[in-house]
Design a binder for this molecule. Structure first.
Ligand code: TXA
Ligand code: MG
Length: 334
């Protein structure tokens, strides 16, 4: 592994792409201070170039390289949740290339907690980092644009093939859905805004900063690519079905011999016979961990439709509900 880390650092310093595991999902990394390297991320993903990327740092001590006018709330959140699945949107330091911020005056930063990600970031910093001695690795999720995020090294190979020079394998991701994003770049008087729900909840954030973040409504311009409606989506059409309707819907599909996949968390009534079944936990954090892999498998099982048992409508399920809504919205569109 040691040799792999030095190879990864060399590649990053040469402006190449390296995929690596984080606790949330796998990232497709490049030297965040090198606009040519960052351009390769957009090309490999097929992602529009005006979408900003998250910069991964070895520690909060590197924040000053990337952001300016850092509010005390940011330091408090970093102290409480880093390394971990929380991304802070801050005002961009002048040396941060627009390629990484999507042309915006703000930058997204986080310190991931996965040991392989941290080791890579530390080795990178020790080797002098990237262009201008800046130590940040820009990394969106390592999937093709709009598709299901990878939570395993094999998913990254499936998504990106030869487009990435090296994939570090850290096993399956523990959190399984992308980081919580909170915007702290707003002018004085405006509360922080939650741009993407995740494992770290608004309530946990409020405990640290003393105010409840504003929850962004789903309309408005997509400052976060994950906030586009069609996202995280399988190619097979998805149909979300209430638990009480699962029996009736399955029987209807079985009657007309439709090949369907089923993603469920409840105990299923007898007589439901999907072509492929993925049973996840009824506990939201465990469910989140398995969600993307389950959707990916059901998508690849040659189903006409993926039936998804509707998840509970409660705050603990908010982050999963967000991914589910987008997946259903973008599904079936090649
Ligand atoms: O958990 C994660 O955040 C994973 C891992 C790899 O760290 N990364 C990830 O990246 O989900 P990505 O690019 O798929 O989604 C992160 C989102 C982007 O959609 C981007 O729009 C948003 O973060 N973002 C980054 N910088 C931003 C900024 N300055 N303002 C608003 N949104 C920003
Ligand atoms: Mg993504």
């Amino acid at each position: 592994m040691l040799q792999l880390f030095s190879r990864a650092v060399e590649l990053l310093q040469a402006g190449e792409l390296v995929a690596f595991p984080t606790e949330t999902v796998y990232g497709l990394g490049a030297d965040a201070a090198n606009p040519q390297a960052v351009a390769k991320i957009f090309a490999a993903k097929g992602r529009p170039a005006d979408h900003p990327l998250i910069v991964h740092l070895p520690g909060a001590g590197h924040l000053d390289q990337w952001a300016r006018d850092i509010p005390s709330m940011a330091w408090a959140l970093a102290e409480a949740f880093w390394p971990g699945p929380l991304t802070l949107i801050l005002k961009r330091a002048s040396q941060v290339p627009y390629a990484v911020t999507g042309g915006q005056e703000t930058v997204g930063v986080r310190v991931p907690s996965h040991p392989v990600a941290l080791e890579l970031l530390r080795a990178y910093a020790q080797a002098g980092g990237g262009v201008g001695g800046m130590c940040g690795i820009a990394a969106p999720s390592a999937n093709r644009f709009g598709r299901i995020s990878p939570t395993d090294a094999a998913h990254v190979h499936e998504e990106l093939g030869d487009a990435v020079a090296l994939v570090l394998d850290g096993g399956p991701c523990h959190v399984g859905i992308e980081s919580t994003i909170i915007d702290l770049s707003r002018d004085d008087g405006f509360p922080p805004r939650l741009l993407r729900p995740g494992h770290i909840t608004p309530e946990q954030i409020a405990t640290v900063i003393g105010v409840m973040p504003e929850i962004q409504n789903s309309g408005g311009a997509p400052r976060v690519s994950g906030s586009l409606d069609a996202h995280y989506a399988p190619l097979t059409p998805m149909r979300v079905v209430a638990t009480a309707q699962l029996d009736a819907v399955s029987h209807e599909l079985q009657t007309r011999n439709a090949r369907f996949g089923l993603l469920a968390y409840s105990l299923l009534p007898v007589g439901i016979r999907p072509h492929a079944l993925r049973q996840l936990s009824s506990e939201p954090e465990d469910y989140a961990r398995g969600l993307y892999a389950a959707l990916r498998e059901l998508d690849q099982a040659g189903n006409e439709v993926i039936v998804v048992e509707a998840i509970p409508d409660s705050p603990e399920w908010a982050a999963v509900a967000d991914r589910m809504r987008r997946a259903a919205c973008g599904s079936g569109t090649a």
